[in-house]
Design a protein. Structure first.
Length: 156
């Protein structure tokens, strides 16, 4: 990865729908160069994808919550595979502390959150504990770093 790659990622982060031809013009390279670089960055996983960001509240999913999940020792992979299938689970993080897994979920309301906890999460045999933290107000939510580094050391 080099400085040009960083500039391309910055341009796409700021506007994921920006045409490669426009990026090429801004960076002083050919659009073929941009196409090749974006493909390389995508193949290497530096760019994870391109997607529309949906406002879940417009679909009736008003409540965001974090759920701490305690599990039986040695059962993390089993539980994670089951949690991946629970609708509304946005993120699954393995953590160190009082609990083993932290979930970020989006539900329609408190009753929907309760139903998800009781009927889908706590019903997993290996789950020993849950504690939910409904979010009162989302102040900041983003998917990647807001500020990319100004320069990057070239790979050797």
């Amino acid at each position: 990865m080099d400085q040009l790659d960083l500039e391309i990622m910055r341009a796409l982060r700021d506007d994921g729908r920006k045409r490669f031809l426009d990026i090429a013009g801004e960076l002083g390279v050919s659009d073929a160069t941009i196409h090749k670089r974006v493909k390389k960055l995508t193949d290497e996983g530096a760019i994870k994808g391109f997607e529309a960001v949906i406002d879940d509240s417009k679909l009736g999913y008003e409540l965001t919550a974090f759920i701490e999940v305690g599990i039986q020792t040695g059962k993390a992979e089993t539980v994670v595979e089951k949690l991946k299938k629970v609708d509304g689970v946005l993120e699954i993080h393995e953590i160190h502390g009082r609990c083993d897994i932290l979930l970020k979920v989006r539900t329609k309301n408190l009753q929907d959150l309760r139903d998800k906890l009781v009927n889908q999460i706590r019903s997993i045999d290996e789950v020993t504990l849950t504690e939910a933290f409904p979010v009162l107000k989302i102040i900041k939510e983003q998917r990647s770093l807001e500020t990319l580094p100004e320069t990057i050391e070239p790979e050797e």
